[in-house]
Design a protein around this ligand. Structure first.
Ligand code: FMN
Length: 333
């Protein structure tokens, strides 16, 4: 249990912000699996200010998702502050997070995302301006540095703290690493030792045991889980439970996995519309099916689905096929 400003976080397991993934449909599903905090996908400051309809839709938050952190990104103080004010006054978010980790060139070439990591003074300046302009607690999500020769995580986190930021989440990779190599948990530990605000560690937590190891090795207040939760929201539940009781509960059955997938699909349809939701759900469904034996055919067929009925029929007949095979094995043995 820890606090970000006045926001109480009931357990250390945090869903990472993931663009194209962490909309209300997925976040609510993860929340129901017990996450202490869920983060929304990043939103561009300028898109908020231009009132872009798709972006405004991304600001929707269901009451049941709370506490929730909404992430904004931008390269200029003026627009970042204005966007933060909008989020502060017009959304249901509990926390405003600033992205300082996004490595993709489209973002860094506008001086946004990971570009900031080269300059603690700029971080101080930007964060202080946002903190001054809003009521909600402000946090920062950062990578450890730009490249292996420019790892300023400690200085950058201290700048966030001095500027009034209420927590930092640290992904243990540099910008240059993108998603390659291993996350460096040592630097995360150094950050934790250097600031008094809560630190959330991130990078390569793939199992509940990894989460425990990260907490023990680095002393962080929270562990943020990204890719391991894709098509796998019960990873959150298994981790919360493991950290609390030491019990490692088994993976759900194939039927249970697909039922959660269909719940996710229905929430996405309610949020967007059937056409968009089914298209978006193709990648999620492939993630839900990951690791289930004999899934190649159904994974290919998903990409042809246009409607909810087609997708659900396909998934449920796969479940029946798997269950029939399991029964066959039991009878034979
Ligand atoms: C599909 C995808 C989208 C992401 N989008 C964001 C984002 O919008 N904002 C952000 O700060 N990080 C984003 N990230 C980075 C994750 O939040 C996280 O830092 C990274 O995946 C490392 O954690 P993991 O090893 O648990 O996946 C994204 C990662 C993935 C895989």
């Amino acid at each position: 249990m820890f606090k970000i400003g006045n926001v109480q976080i009931n357990n250390p397991v945090v869903l990472a912000p993931m663009a194209g993934v962490c909309n209300s449909a997925f976040r609510l599903t993860v929340k129901e699996f017990g996450a202490g905090l869920v983060c929304a996908e990043m939103v561009s400051d300028k898109a908020i200010l231009f009132n872009n309809p798709k972006t405004m839709g991304m600001l929707y938050i269901d009451e049941r998702e709370k506490p929730l952190s909404l992430q904004i990104f931008g390269g200029e103080k003026e627009t970042l502050v204005q966007a933060a004010k909008y989020v502060d006054q017009h959304t249901n978010a509990d926390i405003i997070d600033i992205n300082m980790g996004c490595p993709v060139p489209k973002i860094t070439k506008c001086d946004a995302g990971a570009k900031w990591l080269l300059d603690p003074n700029k971080i101080y300046d930007m964060v202080a301006a946002v903190v001054d302009a809003v009521e909600k607690p402000v946090t920062v999500k950062m990578r450890i540095g730009w490249d292996e020769n420019h790892i300023y995580a400690v200085e950058n986190a201290q700048a966030v703290e001095r500027a009034g930021g209420q927590a930092v989440a640290v992904h243990g990779r540099t910008r240059v690493q993108m998603y390659e190599g291993k996350a460096d948990w040592n630097v995360i530990k150094q950050v934790k030792e250097a600031v008094r605000i809560p630190v959330i560690g991130n990078g390569d937590v793939q199992t509940p045991q990894d989460a425990k190891r990260m907490l023990e090795q680095t002393g962080v207040d929270g562990v943020m889980i990204g890719r391991a939760a894709l098509g796998n929201p019960w990873m959150i539940y298994r981790t919360v439970r493991y950290l609390k009781t030491g019990e490692l509960i088994p993976e759900p059955s194939v039927r249970e996995k697909i039922e959660v997938c269909i719940l996710h699909l229905d929430r996405l349809i309610a949020l967007k519309n059937e056409y968009i939701a089914v298209k978006e759900m193709r990648k999620h469904a492939a993630w839900y099916l990951k690791g289930i034996r004999g899934n190649a055919k159904v994974r290919n067929a998903i990409n042809e689905c246009q409607t909810r009925d087609e997708l659900v029929t396909l998934l449920m007949s796969f479940v029946e096929e798997v269950e029939a095979k399991e029964q066959h094995v039991v009878i034979e043995s």
